[in-house]
Design a protein around this ligand. Sequence first.
Ligand code: UDP
Ligand code: MG
Length: 310
Amino acid sequence: MKELISVVVSCYNEEEVLPIFYKEIDNVSKKMDNVNFELLFVDDGSKDKTLSIIKELAKNDSRVKYISFSRNFGKEAAMNAGLTYAKGDYVAVMDADLQDPPKYLYDMYNYLQEEYDVVATRRVTRTGEPKVRSIFSKMWYKLINKMSDTEMVDGARDFRLMRRNVVNAILSLNEYNRYSKGIFSFVGFKTKWIEYENVNRAAGKTKWSFWGLCKYAIDGMTSFSTTPLILSSIFGLIFCFIAVIAIIFVIIRTLIYGDPVGGWPSLVCIILLVSGVQLLCIGIIGRYLSKVYLETKRRPIYIVRETNQK
Ligand code: UDP
Ligand code: MG
């Protein structure tokens, strides 16, 4: 029997690009006639015609499956649902906007026939992206790789083809705060990296705002590193040390020169600095605490409204 590849595509307001995407992936599937395909579209609570377009595709093509969420749960949740519902011996994860070119699936599948378990992709350029965004991402990757034991590959995309055992490993991490770049790296396995130049969206708009990306970056940090907590303890130690020296200095100075009133501007500066550092550290601890809070609630990662996948 032929093996099955499930292609998981998360879609949020992608009415413009979906028909183009379908055409591309259909072409690729025709080229790869030694395997069967299952196209699993996850509609992440789209507000446009995305779902009806997918249903239309499903009517004409029995390989098309869909899962539709009750509201927008975010791409991480959509990918998680896709991986859960996918039946394939291999599962590919990709975006609908053709920034993950389907033509690579052919090579990716061939690599899996060698000794690899996962074929992942990374983009080596960031053309078409705002400059500030690129600079911040570069800095973030440097920082997170210093702070986390889990390696985050700069420019890694979520686009990948995995064997069933890798998918099961990913699903076995049942945390609520899912940061997939970290999760993919955490589960390990033999990974082949394919590199390509950044491709711009075929149509439609990106869902990411700058602020959204910042929040995502902080989430990634707290999900895969506890170094900020260590840093805040170190801050505390340094300030205690400075305080001890300052106290000794002040005592000795008072003994020698008496106690002339003055020095309140410096006092204000010190109070501001120290309380700032305190707030920063409390904020850092708060980030972790909020994660624990959300984890303990055990809320579902997504809620399905309708699906044609059994
Ligand atoms: N996406 C999603 N839910 C969201 C936001 C995005 O499923 O809340 C999907 C979107 O439809 C697309 C993919 O995630 O298929 C990547 O989104 P986008 O192209 O906006 O991100 P970028 O490529 O700019 O990082
Ligand atoms: Mg995109």
